[in-house]
Design a protein around this ligand. Structure first.
Ligand SMILES: CC(C)(COP(=O)(O)OP(=O)(O)OC[C@H]1O[C@@H](n2cnc3c(N)ncnc32)[C@H](O)[C@@H]1OP(=O)(O)O)[C@@H](O)C(=O)NCCC(=O)NCCS
Length: 179
């Protein structure tokens, strides 16, 4: 039986301390998971044609798909997928070859495409689409398909970005204790 963590071309995922990996998730190849990361049911991440990094305390919720774009002559670095610290990736999100800063919330069902850059402290509404190469400015709520800047985040929403991460760290600790 295949395990959650799988190698590709001899490269095996690198997993930090106290990470929770749901047994139905799949992590392939060049993936680095920071400390206290949680990966929930049915998440699929393929670090095959480029690498994936997920920062400390970030959570990737059920059914999300993470992938990358290969390197080529027009684009020598390709598009890796870099996720910062204390990031909340909601249910059934698609992240493809993009860069996500710290304390970002990506709403459920959102799609973020190659080369997009999400700065720190951003909230992306459920069901939004972030087009290739788009940059989302720190401190704002973005919604829609394609996303538009909706308004500055309220103080409570900014605080919630950290709170959401803290909640998921506590929940994954419960799951780890459950065995
Ligand atoms: C966007 C969001 C943060 C709410 O923002 P808000 O400003 O409080 O939203 P409101 O309910 O006041 O609605 C404001 C407007 O935005 C619209 N709206 C709300 N959420 C939207 C979304 N995700 N996409 C597009 N439009 C949205 C509302 O319909 C409303 O439109 P109207 O003014 O024409 O009636 C919230 O709806 C959302 O998407 N949260 C993400 C939750 C999530 O996925 N969490 C993941 C972890 S489980």
């Amino acid at each position: 039986m295949q395990s959650v963590l799988r190698s590709y071309k001899g490269i095996f995922p690198n997993v930090g301390e106290r990470v929770y990996l749901d047994p139905t998730s799949v992590m392939v190849g060049d993936i680095t998971l920071g400390n206290d990361v949680s990966i929930w049911p049915l998440v699929a991440a393929r670090g095959d044609v480029n690498h994936i990094i997920i920062g400390d305390r970030s959570n990737v919720q059920d059914g999300s798909v993470l992938h990358v774009t290969h390197k080529n002559t027009d684009n020598p670095d390709g598009y890796p997928l870099i996720i910062g610290k204390d990031v909340t990736i909601g249910h059934k999100v698609m992240l493809h070859g993009c860069t996500v800063g710290d304390r970002v919330l990506v709403g459920m069902g959102a799609i973020v495409l190659d080369g997009a850059i999400i700065e720190d402290d951003v909230m992306i509404g459920a069901g939004s689409l972030v087009p290739p190469g788009k940059r989302l400015e720190s401190g704002f709520l973005y919604v829609g398909s394609p996303v538009k800047q909706a308004r500055p985040l309220k103080e409570a929403e900014r605080a919630f970005l950290q709170k959401s991460s803290d909640n998921y760290v506590a929940t994954k600790n419960d799951y780890i204790a459950e065995g």
